[in-house]
Ligand binder design. Sequence first.
Ligand SMILES: [Zn+2]
Length: 458
Amino acid sequence: MGQKPEFQYVDEHFDEFVSELRAAVRQPSIAAQNVGMVEAAEYFTGLLERYGIHARSIATDGGYPVVYGEIKGDSDRTVLFYDHYDVQPPDPLNEWVSDPFAGEVRDGKMYARGVSDNKGNACARIQAVGTLLRLRGGRLPVTVKFLIEGEEEIGSPHLEGFIRDHADLLRADCGVWESGYIGADGRPGMYLGVKGILYVELEARGAERDMHSAAAANVPNPAWRLIWALSTIKNEAEEILIPGFYDAVRPPTEREMELLRAEEAAREAASSQRERQWRGGNIGIHSPLLELRGLELRKRALFSPTANVCGFRSGYIGEGQKTVLPSKALVKMDFRLVPDQDPADILQKLQAHLRAKGFDDIAVRPVTMDHPVKTSADHPVVKAAQEAALAVYGLPASVAPTQGGSGPMYPFTKYLDLPMVAFGVGYWASGNHGPNENIRLDDYRQGIKMAMEFLDRV
Ligand SMILES: [Zn+2]
């Protein structure tokens, strides 16, 4: 098959690309444990430079450095790639078939912590730009910038400040988000946004210390306080009852619903499979909440905010019985938010709601806040990515207007006004954050070509 010389180059040099990826994953870089962070930043700075991309490591205010790369292109347009060089801890170690930092290849897949999330994408994009530079005498169709941070897996505490302080350096016309996944149907998956998050701890306190449960006749129980408080936050119809909670929710646009409908139509077979999964229950659940199916299920997943209890701790939960009246109760909750909900505003509304319901004794402590973001599905960058995907994969991309999870996309919108599209080298079973994280090397090869094709078309 006649293909672009750049693609042929990728095929001919693929072993080199894979060894560079293996070297990247062999360097542990666990932000949560401060393991190998400096070395990993050096590796990526070096990789950028090896391909002729000007690179440096820029200190953040007390955090891990950001690796920054830049190379001028022929047009006045600029693309910014966002990736991260840190990874999650590899635990539980005994569930890995091979060493999480070996990068072993089995059955055409490379297994390593961070190979999908996110070193595979970072390497593929650098190699794509590097290949274009090599084959075209150092010229690129657009200016390319790389922002590779080292704190994504610990909540990106310094990213917003970094983007704010370096807004001029980072200025671009569009951005490519860290990851995207090939679906079970073989189509490249893309998404255009993230949900926001408000993570809080609620704590109720009772007596100074745990007491004999005989005291329950007279002494208030903080576990009950917390349960009653929680029951005012959401009802059994899945409605969140905090006044004003839904005020800022923007309903999906006609174009977004069109994307969802196209998706449902294209995945009819897969979707009935999914419905069977709900009935048969590969997660042990007989029906999704509210018994939703098909389009409605998907719409709710992407466009509805949630109020979720992550954990609840109080009193005695060891073996057997202990008749105790606990002195405190703690719950951890996350609210996944959709545009244009503001996590700080939701926090205030939650606090006001608890006060109004008579629960002002319950302490509310925010842990994490991230704004939701959506790129308009009509933006030309989305079209460029779709065209590139069709050219590389021979299949139409499956484009999700947003995703159920969260990520630090908001500062890119706030300070750089950057439309973002996400595509990448992972696949539906990459198992990010879990044991045996992996990517298929064929997807890796295609991912390099995809990044090149995107730069040619954007
Ligand atoms: Zn991750």
